[in-house]
Design a protein around this ligand. Structure first.
Ligand code: 5GP
Length: 197
């Protein structure tokens, strides 16, 4: 998606060979116009998949999922990273190791919002080593629901997440695929375009 790649080129910051900072439009400040376009693109790609629920993980997955869920006419559910006091005991729980925070957390979804027969689109901001995705898969499986595929805003293709999901047989739609962050440059997979930070 060219608009997204342009934002990454112009507003992203390469923190290391492994980590890209996109606080200016996705992870802290949200560019609502760009996230609207991102959500629209996800909805277009999955419009024929019979989606009944969109599932993401708080907090950075929510913005890119909102318009997708709206256009697919499906509720948007976000897995919580902290248990809420108002959540009763009827919850699905899985464990996710965070790549950026280097900690393992329980993620939870209320059993009220996912059920057998649901066709779920899972959306997240980044796909790195696939830990968040595997936790969300676990939760959908606990609900006996099905996964239509993954919508990823930024995939770091040099890490193992995409390969793991494909080996499990899932469809992965990533709007920007980064081949490398080496030497402070973002190189995308499709066109080998590079930038310096
Ligand atoms: P994974 O679970 O696939 O290893 O990592 C995905 C999660 O880690 C994403 O939800 C995102 O929050 C975070 N993450 C992974 N890599 C990056 C990165 O390079 N930059 C930022 N900002 N977040 C990342």
């Amino acid at each position: 998606m060219e608009l997204l790649k342009q934002a990454i080129r112009e507003r992203g910051k390469v923190l290391s060979d492994q980590v890209l900072k996109v606080d200016t439009f996705l992870n802290h400040q949200i560019d609502t116009q760009l996230m609207t376009a991102v959500g629209h693109e996800f909805a277009e790609r999955f419009k024929d998949s019979g989606i009944t629920k969109v599932l993401t993980i708080e907090s950075s997955g929510i913005a890119p999922s909102f318009i997708a869920a709206d256009e697919l006419n499906a509720p948007l559910i976000f897995a919580r990273k902290k248990k809420s006091l108002t959540m009763n005991h009827d919850i699905y729980v899985s464990q996710v190791h965070s790549f950026t925070k280097r900690e393992t957390n329980d993620i939870t979804v209320s059993k009220d919002f996912l059920e057998a027969g649901d066709q779920v689109l899972i959306i997240d901001d980044f796909l790195a080593n696939g830990q968040a995705a595997l936790g969300l898969i676990d939760i959908v499986k606990q609900a006996n629901a099905s996964i239509a595929g993954f919508g990823i805003v930024i995939e770091k293709s040099f890490q193992t997440g995409r390969q793991q999901l494909e080996e499990l047989g899932y469809r992965v739609e990533s709007l920007a695929r980064i081949q490398s962050l080496e030497a402070g440059k973002v190189t995308f997979i499709e066109d080998s375009t590079s930038i310096h930070n």
